[in-house]
Design a protein around this ligand. Structure first.
Ligand code: FE2
Length: 261
């Protein structure tokens, strides 16, 4: 760790076994080339493309310091039973009546970092208003100055608006959920690192990580279709963010898009 900065690795949505494979295969490269201090990953799609199980959590747990989630977090019944045994997992903050931790605080070299997940509401199922609920984090002086927020949302407009609303209040507002890495990473004027979507960690030869033939069939026939994770063209999408440890402001954001070969 540099004396005045903490370097954060944030890995975009890990989808299924293909995503788990490319993450594990990439970790040595990432460590040796980016020298990050803490690591976070979105794992809401880690179990078969939909949801999280205790088995998949336990598999990925040793490699990261914290995990964010999303709209599919409750898809597998297994997580409802086991979420209290997943201490690194930040459930969606704006689902206040559900089980799980509203945020995760990790500590490295005496530096504390808060990680939270917020869900968007445009083209998504109903949840509480993230613009209002995030004030519970940003206006609480007892929480760490360094805050990394995963904004898991569909609409780019909502993501951009939330990023601007968070500017100067959190260290990073990183979009997830659409599984396509965007080209708009930046440091907003008041010191918040922003990207509309970090991207997909998994198969890049399908449709957002799933076999394209089944999804095309569904668009043609409207019939219920089984979505299976595809296995080819594995890529890891991520961001590196450098944050000043004294004031929590980001000074650099860099996106990563690497293949397994
Ligand atoms: Fe999602």
């Amino acid at each position: 760790m540099q004396t005045d900065k903490v370097r954060v690795l944030f890995v975009g949505d890990i989808v299924g076994d293909a995503g788990r494979k490319i993450v594990i295969d990439s970790l040595d490269y990432l460590k040796n080339n980016y020298f990050y201090d803490i690591s976070i990953a979105n794992i809401e799609n880690i179990a078969g493309g939909f949801g999280i199980t205790k088995e998949t959590y336990d598999y990925i747990e040793p490699y990261f310091d914290a995990f964010t989630t999303g709209n599919h977090v409750w898809d597998k019944k297994d997580i409802v039973i086991n979420i209290d045994n997943m201490p690194k997992l930040a459930k969606p903050f704006n689902m206040p009546n559900t089980k799980g931790k509203s945020f995760v605080i990790i500590e490295k070299n005496n530096v504390k970092i808060l990680i939270a997940t917020f869900l968007g509401r445009i083209f998504m199922n109903p949840v509480d208003n993230p613009f209002i609920l995030i004030n519970q984090i940003t206006q609480n002086p007892e929480l760490p100055a360094i805050k990394v927020i995963d904004f898991h949302a569909e609409a780019t407009s909502e993501k951009q608006a939330f990023g601007w609303y968070c500017d100067g209040k959190v260290s990073a507002c990183l979009g997830t959920h659409t599984h396509v890495q965007t080209n708009d990473e930046k440091i907003l004027p008041n010191g918040t690192a922003y990207i509309t979507d970090v991207g997909l960690t998994g198969c890049h030869s399908g449709v957002i990580g799933f076999r394209k033939d089944a999804i095309i069939d569904k668009f043609i026939t409207y019939m219920p279709t089984r979505f299976d994770v595809c296995k080819e063209d594995l890529r890891l999408n991520a961001c590196i963010i450098d944050v000043n440890i004294y004031n929590g402001k980001a000074v650099n954001i860099e996106k990563i898009n690497i293949s397994s070969t």
